[in-house]
Ligand binder design. Structure first.
Ligand SMILES: NC(=O)c1ccc[n+]([C@@H]2O[C@H](COP(=O)([O-])OP(=O)(O)OC[C@H]3O[C@@H](n4cnc5c(N)ncnc54)[C@H](OP(=O)(O)O)[C@@H]3O)[C@@H](O)[C@H]2O)c1
Length: 385
């Protein structure tokens, strides 16, 4: 039996690499749904090649009528793809807030979810884990650090024997740049990631380390880990993705070449580990593996995200949404690189969380609020210049 995949965000970095994993094991997979926002050229080519039953274009520029037996347009089509009866695994490779509703819908439908979209865990972690557990859904992380943690925490141990876990960060392109140089870095420089090929938002987040801050919150929810047990280290080579330390003094590391097809394949074929996608790690050829603690002055996003994670409620949604707007403004040349994190912090400080248990409505409301306030603050700064 071939595993039937519904891929939300198939035209993005993770979506395209998911299809490369499919290409590497054509006898193992069938693609039953493909979804994108507006990249109709690529989506049409993917539909012609993989022949899914369903194609969704969330923000259509044309009506892709003849691409598949069923074609949906508009954001609600993503919910259909996320809950498709025919899908064995739903891959959520959407970027940003757009992933929250489809991930919650897949969880409510009891699906097996291969989850790359970190915003759905960051913003809705409390709700998502509850809905998933109530409906028998499983979440297999695709983010490389969380895939590594998943594999390490599956090793036999008692929870009380766990001392702490470490997720790693490459440090991005400005890890050693003089601090004053950060004032003038351009979007092109921020997008030139030294080790990973990723979409623009997550690449800029890797340069500020906001990405790692969001991943601390993600690790907290996915593995039920208290925040004080989650540390971050920078190994610039991006070979070690996570480490788990036990009370007996042993630390176990997960290592692989930095290639997202490794965690994607693991999430799709768990617990199998077939060859064919990435060459085995050659330790002898690696040379030095270094580890540095992140400099809090250079990377204030880490502590901000940790505090936001601890505060919970709608704060993580505000952090995530405000960062999305700020990163876009930086990419459009409207704010400087060094303004991203202080701007997001300011918006977080202005936020008053909604009372009561976390709901989807509360998340969507906080998201809208954060986007409007961040845009307003960007406009104010522009007026002052
Ligand atoms: N890339 C990585 O290596 C990596 C690693 C770890 C985690 N992640 C996480 O994985 C997620 C995806 O990242 P990415 O780098 O693959 O992003 P990306 O390259 O920007 O791709 C995003 C995908 O989502 C679609 N999309 C975006 N907004 C949408 C909307 N409103 N409605 C419907 N579709 C929408 C895009 O469609 P269009 O092409 O039509 O715009 C595209 O297919 C993010 O949460 C990221 O943090 C990524």
């Amino acid at each position: 039996m071939r595993l039937r995949l519904s891929i939300l965000g198939s035209t993005g970095s993770i979506g395209r690499q998911t299809l490369e994993v499919v290409d590497a094991h054509p006898d193992r997979f069938e693609v039953v749904a493909l979804c994108a926002r507006s990249n109709s050229d690529l989506l049409a080519r993917q539909a012609a090649r993989y022949r899914p039953r369903l194609v969704v274009l969330a923000d259509p520029t044309e009506r892709p009528e003849e691409w598949a037996p069923k074609v949906l347009t508009g954001p609600d089509g993503l919910l259909t793809a996320a809950t498709l009866d025919e899908a064995d695994i739903v891959v959520i490779a959407l970027a940003g807030q757009a992933g929250v509703r489809p991930t919650l819908a897949a969880a409510a439908a009891g699906k097996c979810i291969a989850l790359a979209n970190k915003e759905s865990v960051v913003c809705a972690g409390e709700l998502l884990m509850r809905v998933a557990s109530e409906n028998g859904a499983t979440i297999r992380p695709i983010d490389s650090e969380h895939s590594a943690l998943w594999q390490l925490l599956e090793l036999p141990h008692r929870r009380e024997e766990l001392d702490h876990v470490i997720i790693t960060a490459s440090g991005g392109p400005f890890r050693t740049a003089p601090l004053e140089r950060l004032e003038t870095v351009t979007p092109a420089e921020a997008l030139a990631h030294p080790t990973w090929r990723m979409g623009p938002k997550v690449t800029v987040d890797s340069a500020t380390l906001m990405n790692k801050g969001l991943e601390i919150i993600e690790a907290h929810w996915l593995f039920d880990l208290p925040f004080h047990l989650i540390d971050v280290l920078i190994p610039p080579q991006s070979i070690v993705h996570a480490l788990v330390s036990f009370r007996d003094g042993c630390t176990i590391a997960h290592a692989a070449y930095p290639d997202m097809r490794v965690p994607i394949q693991y999430a799709l074929l768990y617990p199998e580990r077939p060859s064919g996608v990435v060459r085995p790690l050659d330790f002898a050829a690696l040379g030095t593996l270094e580890f540095f603690p992140p400099d809090p002055l250079r990377f204030p996003a880490l502590e901000l995200a940790r505090q936001v994670g601890l505060a919970g409620s709608t704060y993580p949604t505000v952090l995530s949404a405000s960062d999305e707007v700020a990163v876009q403004a930086f990419l459009e040349g409207r704010i400087r690189f060094t303004e991203i994190v202080p701007l997001v912090q300011h918006v977080v400080e202005l936020h008053r969380p909604l009372c009561g248990p976390l709901t989807l409505d509360a998340i969507l409301e906080a998201d809208q609020w954060a986007r409007q306030v961040t845009e307003r603050e960007i406009a104010r700064r522009a007026d002052r210049r």
